[in-house]
Design a protein around this ligand. Sequence first.
Ligand SMILES: [Ca+2]
Ligand SMILES: [Ca+2]
Ligand SMILES: [Ca+2]
Length: 853
Amino acid sequence: MSEKLWLKGRVIPQSILFPMIIFLIAACAKDASTGNELKLNDKEYFESRGFEILVFENQYTGMFFDEKTAGIMLIHHGVRTATGGAVRLKPTPEQWDQIPKVVERKVDRENNSIDILLRYNDFNFDSWIHVQPQGNGILFSVTLDQPLPEKLIGRTGFNLEFLPSAYFEKNYTMDGKTGVFPLYPTGPMEVKPAATQIRQFAGHSTYDDRGRAEYVEPKPIAIGRTLVLAPEDPERRIRIQSQDGDLMLFDGRNVAQNGWFVVRSLIPASQTGKVIEWFLIPNTIPNWTRPPMIAYSQVGYHPDQEKVAVIELDKSDIPLVKAALLKLGDNGKWIEKYNGEVKEWGQYLRYHYLRFDFSAIRDTGLYVIQYGNQKTGSFQIGTHVYDNVWQSTLDVWFPVQMDHMFVNEAYRVWHGAAHLDDARQAPVNHQHFDGYRMGSSTETKYKPGEHIPGLNIGGWFDAGDYDIRTGSHCGTVRHLVNTWEYFGIQRDETLVDQQQRYVDIHHPDGKPDILQQIEQGTLALIAQHRAFGRAIAGIIEPNLHQYHHLGDGSTMTDNLVYNPKLKKYELDGFSSGTPDDRWAFTNRIPWNNYSSMAALAAASRALRGYHDKLADECITAAQRAWIDEHNQPEISDSLTIRFRGSGEIEAALQLYITTKDKKYADRFNELIWPALENMLMWSIQSAAQAVPFMDTDYQEKLVPFVRQYKAANDEMLAQNPFGVPIIIRGWAGNGYVIAWAVTNYLLHKAYPEIIGPEYTYRGLDYIYGCHPSSNVSFVSGVGVHSKKIAYGNNRADFTFIAGGVVPGILFLKPDFPENKEDWPFLWAENEYVIDICAEYIFLANAVRDLIKE
Ligand SMILES: [Ca+2]
Ligand SMILES: [Ca+2]
Ligand SMILES: [Ca+2]
């Protein structure tokens, strides 16, 4: 029997299908593991032991378009190896290429199948995808009610994208001919006229054609009917057979470093009905069970702190009752120090959890945890383990993020002085691809496109995309000021020369680094007040082809101010005809302006005695902006109402702390109590921050809220086995965990009888490895095993920036926790951002302070 015949299985009546399947499983015995059939489970995905298919459980959100977390996905032996299964309009769609909209998702339990109706509105084009298991394989088909629209002929196909890092150093076969998956993309490519390009997001282009009116597209690296990915690897082997059309294998990295290996079949012209049919057979290892994942802190533990490892088990795994702690002896042998009970926690999302408490062990030394026949990596118990954990974030990570500066480290230049041509007034009525938005007026004295002097100073790249985002700058400056005021960090390992725009890492200059970073952030914020008398939304590159810039930030623009009298790409030595200068988004956003006042008021205290002139300017600007903002007509959009309050609370508090003017305290009191009533979790950090500056009435009035917060804290251990607030929707939630741990520290300092120190430790343990999915430390370079591949602006090199903190575990619906350690490009998992890194420095120092208690 030919493959073609049996692929028609879907239309064959059930009565004769079964014997056929038996025959076929036998025919494909090398790929089959009998008795492991795919079934639709309660959570609406197809599952067999070692293999799962999620069918549009995760949809394109539209926010950042194709995030490689939507469509049909494969989870193969516990690893998400394929994504983006859908009808697509390009061989290797980039982030901003058109994405289909899911119009309908039909889950048919009786027939064990899922059908998806996809639509491309631009082309009024609909297609159905049918997904149905047959035995241990799965059938994908695409059906059209109407033939392909003229414009989409030859460019529309069914795509499934495979994770390059899952197939690095592995082979494939196409119709029996072998090949090696390319480690680095090397073509072949095709040049096409720009006019034939399918419109990308909002008419932007990811491609800078330097005036050539063309674009490039990858050509297939293999073509045939039967593709086997990783035939030699039982964990990764996938066989795909196409019934009628060819399968093509593409390397998406030729056009975008974050591209995947794409398997694709083109939809034929002028046909309706079933136009594509694939049969995919995964190899599964018989009775495969995901190995236990033992979550613990890679940094180790202070002898006196709570020490709990969380053991994550496959649902087929049988829990053991005991685990052991082994200590390294002088002879290099591991000696059992403790053998204790493992406590059942229960099911959380897709895994089963146990907790192993070894708090009783206080001897300093090197340890491993043994559970069954698995030993973890080594970790320390010692009084010193937290001594250095925050330093690389301040010494290395923040300097590398410094915009408008040349950043050197020993023999290496991280980047030149960037964006010296900042910035032009952004145009009106403009929606930017990174969320910035201008209304009908610039709300400044500048005309659209006009150069605004004075903005090419200070700030940090935030983060992987190099923009100056005002909101995150405000948070960052405040966290750094807090760290300075609470812990007085004098560390000096970095030279910062603002006049020369020069930074040298590992080069003390007699000035505390944290003040130099506070100054760097403050310079960017004050520049906005100098130019506009208030904060603006931010500064970002105008072109999509600049936005995905990877490499030295100083090469994103030509560093010459735009001169409209010159032709595009023309230079006169002083100015440039290329409109690459960044745009200042100047729309008035009240909460942003309040956050800026809070940051400037706080910075003015820290900068006092270090840079008095700047300190004076900051507090004056903040007070003036406070008056201006209160004189502005109210803005009534819902976002403004929601965030205005939190910004104003911060501003009132910081202005009060700096000036001691009672009017700010009164306003703070007016706002904080309703905020605590309505949004306790979001307001209590500000309330806690205020305690040392308020009277005893305030302290007492806060008690019931602190008790309520404490109850919520204790509830967390019932919600998940880690006992920290885990956010399972949107970006990964390390930022929230860190903020929660910091809040607990502040409350512990004010109310030690209500809030113990354990929550603060627990938050940091989570960041250092005691979290779902893996036990990697989320701070690059901190802990024995940490993030070595992350979404810094050097991500194209599959590397990291020391001290950066990543967002962490992303939860794909309905139940899959993920943080890729071999693939840097998923920003929701791996992008370092400035405010999280700054608050992490505070948290690490807070834990050091707890130890002193
Ligand atoms: Ca950004
Ligand atoms: Ca210094
Ligand atoms: Ca320029």
